[in-house]
Design a protein around this ligand. Structure first.
Ligand code: NAP
Ligand code: MG
Length: 487
């Protein structure tokens, strides 16, 4: 692929960073394959973007919602017209397989359409007063300038589910994509530009989280921050945004350590398939990935035998190729983190039953490939049972009863997604009530979410301030004004 230099997009213009420096974006399946060079921006660049967003806000907030929605729908159509190109780029940039990229690009297209249509449906309430000749109404107003900071693992879908509703509600946006995956974000912004978004309404700035990101979370001109990423950075954002002296609205969606409980009455083969898909699919680089299988002891041997067989069947390789099930991990740092957790698991006394190594030789040497890995004899207090690994590593924990399984599932500091596999209606409902997670699945993998319903975690997986997706997300991107009308 021919390498191009990509610029920031600030106040309706493509501009270079004041640093004059750039960083490279390459393919994690073949690091010689360079997708492009991006601006290594400074705090000054981020400040300019925020000022542009502030200046554009008033006019955009007064633009009729139907017109804002029309632009989002048009952007959706533009993305649709370049679907296969986007699918290929996503695979080259992030590493996921073409099938997985297709699912994600379809989702991004749907998100722009969904929030484009919803723009005209943003509404308040009309209520009866307790006083005579009085009427009560509420209206929703946009909040202002929104900082959008996103991770690399869903670099098309996550920015789309933040940017589209933010714009639909009449806010302006400064968007910083993850440094591993700036190109797909660049193309989303380009679609909005082609669709006719006015200058300053969307601004795109690439560069490191600790410079560009820092300005975006501490600026007095920012009214809201929406962030998806790691727990560590999320906690830093929570702390720093509180010191800005302004009441900044924040929404943080962070890590997970998602359990799947398998009860003896479950369809074991189906459970194995779904746990495998949740644990190893997308190379385990999913916030909702299944990282703990909690199995009732009397079926543990059968489950372990089958999950190991299944793990071995995943074909790991360059996602651009036919027949590949999972691609590389995204970078050197992530590869080292996964391998270090595998060593930690071994030294903690867990039993490594399959996988555990970096794949090497031939084409594997050009990228960051890891074997699907299963640990058994994992106890709930081990680090591999508590900390997010963010790779294709499954810890199997046994429990003697349903109650114990629920206690183990709830014993970590995260609470994003959780599954149960059972044919008992009674147990399924009890799980639904007792599990501390924002996304609960019954006989379904922990991964996989739909856009028309709310999404977000409990406990440290989320700021728990606001939910994303669905119509619920409008609560984050608008503020409510209550009006008392006497006549
Ligand atoms: P990350 O390291 O936290 O980075 C996320 C974003 O924050 C990137 O754009 C990053 O920029 C930026 N950033 C880094 N340090 C910053 C700082 N000090 N201030 C402001 N911004 C900063 O996370 P990641 O490695 O990209 O993504 C993986 C994590 O995301 C996992 O923990 C996963 O569970 C989580 N995740 C959660 C969800 C969810 O919905 N709950 C969904 C997907 C992923 P650079 O790229 O330039 O470093
Ligand atoms: Mg890349």
């Amino acid at each position: 692929m021919q390498s191009v230099v990509y610029k920031n997009y600030i106040n309706g213009e493509y501009v270079e960073s004041s640093s004059g420096e750039r960083f490279v974006d390459n393919n994690p399946a073949d690091t010689d394959d360079v997708l492009g060079y991006f601006q290594l921006s400074t705090r000054e660049d981020a400040k300019n973007a925020i000022s542009a967003a502030l200046e554009a806000w008033e006019k955009w907030s007064e633009t009729p919602p139907g017109e804002r929605g029309r632009i989002l729908i048009k952007a959706s159509e533009i993305l649709d017209s370049m679907r296969e190109e986007l699918v290929n780029i996503l695979t080259m940039e992030e590493g996921k397989t073409l099938n997985d990229s297709r699912v994600e690009i379809n989702r991004a297209i749907s998100l722009f359409r969904f929030y484009g249509v919803l723009a005209s449906r943003i509404h308040g309430e009309s209520l009866h007063s307790s006083e005579l000749r009085t009427h009560l109404i509420t209206i929703r107003e946009p909040i202002g300038v929104v900082s959008v900071i996103t991770p690399w693992n869903f670099p098309a879908a996550i920015p789309s589910w933040k940017i589209a509703p933010a714009l639909a509600c009449g806010n302006t946006v400064v968007f910083k994509p993850a440094s591993y995956t700036p190109l797909i974000g660049y193309l989303l912004v380009e679609a909005l530009i082609k669709a006719g978004i006015p200058k300053g309404v969307i601004n795109y700035v690439t560069g490191s989280g600790t410079t560009v990101g820092l300005e975006m979370i501490t600026s007095k001109n920012v009214d809201a921050i929406t962030f998806t990423g790691s727990l560590e950075v999320g906690e830093e954002i929570r702390r720093l945004s509180a010191t800005s002296g302004k009441n900044i609205r924040i929404q943080l969606e962070l890590g997970g350590k998602n359990p799947a409980i398998i009860l003896p009455d479950a369809d074991i083969d189906k459970a194995v398939e779904m746990v495998a898909r949740g644990a190893f699919g997308l190379t385990g680089q999913v916030c909702t990935a299944t990282s703990r299988a909690i199995v009732i002891d009397k079926i543990a041997d059968e489950f372990i035998r089958k999950i190991v067989e299944r793990a071995k069947k995943f074909r790991v390789g360059n996602g651009l190729k036919e027949g590949i099930d999972i691609g590389p991990v995204v970078g050197q740092r992530e590869l080292e983190k996964i391998l270090s957790y595998i060593s930690i698991g071994i030294s903690e006394g867990a039993k490594l039953v399959t996988g555990g190594k970096r794949l090497t030789g031939g084409e594997y040497d050009k990228g960051y490939f890891v074997e699907p890995t299963v640990f058994t004899e994992v106890s709930p207090d081990m680090r591999i049972a508590r900390e997010e690994i963010f790779g294709p590593v499954l810890s199997v924990i046994t429990a003697s009863s349903f109650d114990e399984a629920i206690d183990i599932a709830n014993s970590v500091e995260y609470g994003l997604a959780a599954s149960i596999f059972t044919n008992s209606l009674d147990k399924a409902f009890e799980f639904m009530k007792r599990i501390k997670a924002g996304v609960v699945k019954i006989n379904k993998p922990t991964t996989g979410i739909e856009i028309q319903v709310p999404f977000g975690g409990f406990k440290k997986s989320s700021s728990e301030t606001f939910r994303e997706l669905g119509e619920t997300v409008l609560d984050f991107y608008t503020k409510i004004k209550t009006i008392y009308i006497g006549y």
